[in-house]
Design a protein around this ligand. Sequence first.
Ligand code: ADP
Length: 159
Amino acid sequence: MKNRIAVYPGTFDPITNGHLDVIERGLKLFDGLIVAIAESPVKEPLFTVDERIKMVKDAARKYKNIKVESFDCLLIDYVRKKKANIILRGLRVISDFEYEFQMALTNRKLAPDIETAFMMTAEGYSYLSSRFIKEIARLGGRFDCFVPPNVAKMVKEKF
Ligand code: ADP
């Protein structure tokens, strides 16, 4: 059977327990997973790409068959370069759907050989987003229960 390598792309600014849940469950389906951190300059990330690579590596240390990298090209070109054939994305609430739907169909048009697979969020994480973590942190609230300990530390250091 051929190796099924999936690429899980995202901004991961910062990685949350919701992302980790997608990674953990994705690893049950695929032989290998590449967490691909998009530079996303348009989103003006709080963390640099190198900081995000470090935090994801630390947070996902216990998982085997996983790689963490960054990319700044077209996603499908990156997926091909990695000899992968699946894009893994997470789905939370209905509001994710429209964007994810557009992206998946666009990528399919550009690269019919690459499939996008969606992992439905665990219900406990359905409301969790990197954006809200940053908002809570900025306003001095507690967010430790939403992110792994190494990430909580890095977020606190930023504010
Ligand atoms: P992007 O800028 O590509 O949306 P994100 O880091 O925000 O990057 O999200 C990466 C992927 O992880 C997206 O598919 C998003 O829907 C998914 N995701 C984010 N948070 C969660 C969560 N709590 N549960 C499930 N999937 C999630």
